[in-house]
Design a protein around this ligand. Sequence first.
Ligand SMILES: Cc1cc2nc3c(=O)[nH]c(=O)nc-3n(C[C@H](O)[C@H](O)[C@H](O)COP(=O)(O)OP(=O)(O)OC[C@H]3O[C@@H](n4cnc5c(N)ncnc54)[C@H](O)[C@@H]3O)c2cc1C
Length: 475
Amino acid sequence: MISVDTVIVGGGVSGLITAHALRAEGHSVLVLERQVRPGGNAISERIGGFLMEHGPSTVNLGMRGIAELAEDLDLGNVRTDLGRGVRKRYLTKNGQLAGIGLHPLAFLTSGYLSWAGRARMAAELWQPRGDPDAEETVAEFGQRRFGAEFAERVLDPLVSGMFAGDARQTELGFVMPALAAMERAHGSVIRAVLRARLRGGRMPARQLSSWREGIGTLPSALALRLGNSVKTGVTVRRIARTRHGFAVDSGDRGRVHARAVVVATQPHVAAQMFAQIAPGAADECARIAAPPLAVVFLGYRRDQVAHPLDGLGYLTPGGEERIVNGGLFCSTMFAGRAPANHVAIAAYIGGARAPDHACLTADTLISTVRREFADLVGARGDPVVARVRQWPRGLPQFRRGHSRLVERLEQALSDSPGMYVTGNYLRGPSVGACADCALDTARRVSLYLGQATETAFRIGGSRTGAVATANPQCR
Ligand SMILES: Cc1cc2nc3c(=O)[nH]c(=O)nc-3n(C[C@H](O)[C@H](O)[C@H](O)COP(=O)(O)OP(=O)(O)OC[C@H]3O[C@@H](n4cnc5c(N)ncnc54)[C@H](O)[C@@H]3O)c2cc1C
């Protein structure tokens, strides 16, 4: 049986970053990935001169962990930042796109919200602080501070677009901790934004980046560095504790012995992995829903689309009752996403708002999105390219109580020394948050391996000494 310091189950960005960081600390690692290629949902595909992102389209290189990693991987020369054409955000109102400036306070001056809605939004400055222990949803926080119209017309589509979530169920403190912190520190979100603006802070949307061949560049670069330490096409079936660590069983693809194991899969798979070793952790993982999500990518000749596409894309409030949650103007966001004189637009369907919509047939999804783009951006005729990606499990949902769920999960795993978890349901779904979580996990695993070795030498040179160290996961 092969023996390594750490087996990482799952070769998405979370697993690969954990492995890369552990290797940098001198530990031997083995990543076992079920799919034929590593990267999880970070898949970028060239289709002719178009570039389709099947999963993430952007990375926030304003976050230190992912920015340093990208530098370490020498990705600086292929970095691409938001194009100059991104001047607005669009929201759907009464079946049409309304353009709004990128600054968060632009809602006060645009006609997207009614006069009454804008007056109520401005009154946020004088709203009393809420109860910090209330575990509010985004919708509750939005209504309390900014009024119902802002909550329904701005926050609802934002949560749907960023988290494929439902604002009425999503825990504010988990997905938008900055808003809660602004209220705590400044008594008002608007006051906090104005003060940051006076200090010259940049708006988050301006820090969104990618790489020339898309976000898939990141897992490809990590896998290249990790070389033989990544095995693809290997499905881990079971993890069992042994006297010396863990046996990681992949059926006819063999068994590996490891001193530590990091589970870096989707939560429902983590539940299976933990079932025998840490049933409490398995129960918590099993509670996390990840409703289906579909991406429909269409490419057109420029002259087929009337709209200037001068923004990141658009989002649609649930109240508009459209099938498509929103779209990204891919070829405006980053250069090289469509051939010359062509444009690329991607639509997102499903998530917590309407999971069943993501499971329609690919043909139905394409015709739905063609009608949507004809209505909203004046797209005419057959697209040059049409491609669909359906994710049976899209993004994890951070429902009310999610922060406590993560705490219980960490607590349950602390009784299983050497067993770790990392992934997009612990700190947030963005690639940057996954990187932070993975780097933190790697630090803890490294500490554990160092302590285990030290203890083993103290008790007589064997590596079998039980090490009862606490095992807090990230966060
Ligand atoms: C449509 C979509 C759009 C997104 N857009 C953005 C965006 O614009 N910006 C952004 O920052 N984030 C975005 N995200 C979120 C981000 O892409 C993900 O949260 C992140 O990529 C998750 O990485 P991960 O490694 O934690 O999980 P995954 O990518 O899910 O990786 C888990 C891996 O575990 C493997 N696995 C599962 N079971 C087993 C097993 N038994 N044995 C071995 N391997 C196993 C899987 O095959 C998979 O490769 C988007 C996500 C989606 C789906």
